[in-house]
Structure formats: structure tokens, C-alpha cells
Ligand binder design. Sequence first.
Ligand SMILES: [Zn+2]
Length: 183
Amino acid sequence: MHPKPPPNYLAAYPAALAAQVRQLIEQGKLADLLRQKYPLAHSVRTDKALYDYVLEAKGEYLGNAGSLSKVAFDSKLHVIQNALGMHTTISRVQGAKLKSKREIRVATMFKDMPPEFLRMIVVHELAHLKEREHNKAFYQLCLHMEPDYHQLEFDLRAYLTYLDATGKQLWLSVRAEASTLTL
Ligand SMILES: [Zn+2]
């Protein structure tokens, strides 16, 4: 019996690039690199705050492209499913009309991440309101909302690889220190 291999978050990238990330993790260098680049954790702590955050971004870029019935952090989403997060469309009959109900759920682990990573995942989920598949139009929409989208997704995936290897959350301590200071 072979143990199940851990998810490969870097599978879509060139092998040499993925190997470089793993080497940085082994050398103990990746954590500092990421923290230098993204020093702070964001402050979106509740489902309500996330809802407001998502709605503001949606209003800015997508106008009234479908309405969102629910936006929430979801602790059951441990791994990045379906590429990155989960987006559901529930169709149900309301009166005579078939109404689409859209939800955006963000894995709870994103609570303790830098603002750039939260933005990336929200941009990803918002783009799915218009494009279901991860196709060219989808990524163009992501880039329209966040020009640095591809770099952010790569850095996030590097962090997830680090998290898998070490179990250490990089931005948890940043928040703990910050909240101690305000007491
Ligand atoms: Zn997706």
C-alpha cells in the first residue's frame, strides 16, 4: 500500500519552477521570502466583512452580473477544491421563473493570509460569475480585475506547498502580535 501523495499545488507550472519552490522550502528560505513580499495579514474577519468586500469588488468590475445570495468563509473547505475555492450555482424554481442562486465560499484558511491572496481568491470567484471554465476569457477577466493575478496565484500556491510541508501558517503570528498591540 502506498500512502496517498499530498496535493501538488504547482502541477500546472514548469517542473524547474516547482522544484525551485520545493528547494526554497527545504532550505528554510521560502517563509522569509513570502513574508518580505507580503508583510501583513488582511483584516476581513467575518462573513459579513467578506460579503461587503466581495460586493465592493463586484460592483467595481462586474456591475450587476448576477446577484450573490451568499458569501461566506467555509471551514469545511480545507484544500483548494476545483482549482481554488468553490463556486456554486443552485438553480431552483421560484414561482414561474427559474432563478439562479449564486454563492461564493472562501476556505477559512484565507482568513489568515495577506490582503493580496484574499483579493486573488475573490477575483477568481468573481470571474466565475461570468465564466464557468478556467478558459482564456476567464483568466482575462481575472487579469482585468487584478493585473498581478498570475503572480499572486503562483505565490499562493507556493505558500500552500509550504503549508503542506511544514504545517506552519505564516500570517497567524502577524495577527496575534497586532491584536496584542491594540489591547
Ligand atoms: Zn475556479
